[in-house]
Design a protein around this ligand. Structure first.
Ligand code: GTP
Ligand code: MG
Length: 334
């Protein structure tokens, strides 16, 4: 990554030098009044042509040894700018995040990036104590059923009550996929065909029991699919939660997310994080839609619970593993 600073009498003049030298994809890392007068702009070249081998490794896989020693204590802004570029974060969002990071550049790198993730994204716990049934919605194959299975398995393991309902009766093998797990967990899987049956199924559940509702995958751009989904989520008081896989195209993901927000989704679970090398598009989707991030799935194994998403876990995900472990060691939290 290349960082260079530019001086101009005015911000516009410095910016035009940046664009001339580094092109339109340059990321503005910082702008400040210069001691000698005028304005100084520090910019990074957006190396969107980063070769695949330079992309971050997927979560859970070992990082190859770094060729260049990182001075993570002194180069906070530079290391974060580099991580954002490797994750293919779009230049406008990278500028916004780095704008916040520069205010925290004398803190450790996790605090600096965590502060930016806190300021520019929304978060909410999946289970907020309201006991509203949770209904997972999203496109086909997003990971809804596996996510339900993970939540249910985790609740049973911690001796909490959980009820599981599925409305996905049409897709071949869908009920069997979920029932093979609910049988193991000794939970009754309730199958419902329509919205009135869903309301009745919810009514028969006992007080204090979290109800998880699995849904058929819906095409967000099909009026019929979204009409049917709206009927289901309006059947009773419930919280529709969007499930989206990481690694989607950002523009497609924003359109999809907005379609599911139209039927009431306010929270999002990100899945398949372990299969994704660049989280930039997911950041853009979350930032543009304002969806509240709750959990993420980083494994295809039912026994691996979802991980809560908060500014610090999000920051850790974006930074190279060796940087994170060095920071944790130095702060005594490793
Ligand atoms: N590696 C990995 N695989 C996942 C993850 N989440 C889901 N999968 C896999 O993705 C595939 C689809 O997952 P499902 O849970 O069936 O997706 P769905 O949204 O219920 O799909 P439909 O019911 O067809 O709409 C399965 O093979 C899952 O094992 C994840 O976090 N990591
Ligand atoms: Mg499913």
């Amino acid at each position: 990554m290349r960082l260079r600073s530019f001086h101009g009498e005015t911000l516009a003049e410095a910016m035009s030098q940046v664009r001339e030298a580094l092109g339109n994809d340059a990321i503005i890392v910082a702008t400040r009044d210069d001691d000698q007068g005028g304005v100084r702009v520090t910019a990074a070249l957006d190396e969107s042509t980063v070769k695949p081998k330079d992309a971050p490794v997927p979560v859970g896989q070992p990082e190859p040894p770094s060729k260049h020693p990182i001075n993570y204590e002194h180069d906070v802004v530079e290391v974060i700018a580099d991580a954002l570029i490797r994750h293919a974060v779009n230049p406008a969002l990278a500028e916004t995040l780095l704008g916040t990071v520069t205010h925290f550049a004398d803190h450790d790198i996790l605090i600096a990036l965590g502060a930016a993730m806190d300021k520019h994204f929304e978060y909410a716990p999946l289970l907020d104590g309201s006991n509203r049934p949770i209904c997972l919605v999203g496109p086909p194959g997003a990971g809804k059923t596996l996510t339900i299975a993970k939540i249910a398995a985790n609740r049973v393991m911690h001796k909490h009550r959980v009820g599981v309902i599925t409305t996905d009766l049409t897709r071949a093998g869908a009920v069997e996929q979920l029932s093979s797990l609910t049988k193991l967990l000794k939970i009754d899987l309730v199958e419902v065909e329509d919205a009135p049956a869903l309301r009745d199924a919810i009514d028969t559940h006992k007080n204090g029991e979290i109800i998880l509702i699995d849904n058929t995958g819906r095409n967000p751009f099909s009026k019929g699919d979204m009409f049917d989904l709206r009927k289901m989520v309006s059947a009773a008081e419930m919280e529709p939660v969007l499930v989206l896989p990481a690694g989607l195209d950002a523009a497609e993901g924003i359109d999809m997310a907005r379609a599911f927000m139209d039927v009431g989704a306010r929270k999002m679970i990100i899945t398949k994080v372990d299969m994704t090398r660049r989280l930039g598009s997911m950041l853009t989707i979350a930032h543009e839609t304002g969806l509240q991030l709750c959990d993420m799935s980083i494994s295809p194994k039912v026994t691996e619970p979802l991980q809560a998403v908060n500014p610090v876990t999000f920051a850790r995900l974006l930074l190279p593993a060796d940087v994170v472990s060095a920071v944790l060691k130095s702060t005594g939290t490793a």
